[in-house]
Design a binder for this molecule. Sequence first.
Ligand code: ADP
Ligand code: MG
Length: 712
Amino acid sequence: MLPPETSIEKLPRISNYFTSRFKKIGIKTIYDLLRHFPTRYQDFSEVYKIADLIPNQEATIQGMVKKIKSRTAWRRRNMRITEAKIEDDSGEIEIIWFNQSYVQSQLAEGKQVSISGKITALGEKLQMKNPTFELLHDWTTKTRHTAKIVAKYPETKGMTSKGIRHFIDLALEQIKQVPDPIPEEICSKYSFPEINTAIKNIHTPENIEDAEHAKKRFTFEDLFYLQLFNIEQKQELAKKNAPKIKISPKEIKELLSTLPFELTLTQKKSLWEIAQDIEKSHPMNRLLQGDVGSGKTIITAVIAILAAQKGFQSALMAPTEILARQHYKTFAKFFPEFESGVCLLTASQSRASYGKDLEDELKKKDAIEKIKRGEIKIIIGTHALIQKGIEFKNLALVTVDEQHRFGVDQRAELVRSTNIVPHFLSMSATPIPRTLSLTLWGDLDLSLISELPKNRKPIITRVVDKKKRVEAYDFIRDQIKKGRQAFVVCPRIEPNEETEKEIPKGTQIWMQEFQKLAVKSVKEEFEKLSQKIFPDLKVAMLHGKLKEKEKEEIMRNFSEGETDILVSTSVVEVGVDVPNAAIMMIEGSERFGLAQLYQFRGRVGRGEHQSFCLLFTESTSQSTADRLKSIEKAKNGLELAEYDLKLRGPGEFLGEIQTGMPDLAMKALQNPNLVKEAREEAKQILSQDPALKNYPLLKKHLKELQAQIHWE
Ligand code: ADP
Ligand code: MG
């Protein structure tokens, strides 16, 4: 028997090919493999007589191979078709496999075989296409892939569920008993199976209920760690001290009166919540959530300026240099008189911007010296720049854009003190419904900006009919002639990338081909637009596989108006502000979550120009049409997010938004009760045993989660 942490290479007869495949999806140990859970099950447990089969049912048959042969398809030369006739004592049925020539080498005539799959009708005749099969050496053979409840795994390139099941079986046979991290009292209170039973039942269930119970148990486990983490962070912070920054309503009012606009009601409310937090001697841990363009930056700017006037330093960290520059411009625009010094640190220049009119430049070295002496009060830059080698005199507030967490340790590091840590504000435009943010970021308090400033023109949003594509291009050209710019967003980078993963096995071949064609890729679209449609315009391409430097440059060119059209993947989603961009065209829009589409749309409509969002889709399904229609009408990202969450479930909803959270925890949101229970149990345990001294396994898992979360 092998201990759970044994490397998967030690499994009998596992090839390098499979170990490397597994490693690619993060499976290194036998235990990791057993924590690779099925996404669904197929109930093939009932074995039917061939004569009793009816179309569209999922069934298992067992019989003898009467005939088998392979040939090349008539119409498509690169496709091999394997046809077999299977016979039992009631009748016979035809089976077809596409491009699976190995089938013939395994299923010789005369062999006994067990086959599971969907029954389809071809006129009067019944057929099975691409079913799963296994040989029966005699009628007592224990089946694994057929004639029972069969687990389906998330498939990746080169690894089928069948292959994964094979290694799971080996792991189940070889692994020693695993100690259960969940305390026994909790398991029995909620009737969760203990961990070894649960592992067995999630992979090879006797019945669906057992599988469900096991799944629930693991979901609970993930949520439980997350809640332990949240509560622990809160407790940890409550023990720390933070600089008390006392800001009076009068001071806020005075500063606000210098702005050219009036804050919205929820902006004011958020501002006040923050002001009250930082007055306390314990560090603030707050999430400021508000739609794109709702005006979050100005909130932290006001606080930072007022804090600076009292001698405190603030740091504003952005995920990219472009965004850092943008924030800096906000300060420059609204607080030109500010004399206590704002500086922008950038990696591409060895200089920092600084000074009364915020345009003087000084050597980075001098800037760093001034920060150390406390002469510069507000420091803006990317995370990397600020975290690396800057010493502050009295850093009191850290604001981070689009990154939810900033751990106690990270904060302590910035100020090189383990006892005093700065206040923390996270700004996010991701419309995350309350239930979800409570689960994922339960350690943060929440301020919400729920309306947009009044001066905004609503963005005209249309789902565009396929037939009107040419007109849409004409329209874009027209807008560009008027001086505007456009985004074109596509769902993927390379043509045909990852199709295997996305299209369910057994989908008819022509359907697969069709779907492949239908998904637009950035590279293809870029070629098409730059060469055929808009050869006279400046078209650029942006995607995540480019180097950071290239991305920055492409974005800079676009924001400075050097390029007209930017063809991009979802990387444009995060915070870029190009007021001159007035068109957002989205290809394959059914592929994105509503929240994401909403974010894309928020990239336009930021200036004085009327803006447009054009949604294209190749899908003809009514539900897609309805979903996209909801964007046409949507006024508020949060409402939309809640709608989408209900419609598609959390995993889908979050789409490509990186959360670093276990996928299962997301799924669990469909079960808010479990969240509540996990939170209660976590509270209970930490109140009795804050250091988890009696729960070494829990502590170990918590540490692992911490490491994972701080990686975000
Ligand atoms: P986001 O919340 O997306 O980060 P920004 O802070 O970039 O939004 O604000 C978007 C724009 O709206 C900025 O140009 C900002 O100056 C402006 N703005 C912020 N608050 C208001 C307001 N209350 N009225 C009018 N314009 C505002
Ligand atoms: Mg912003």
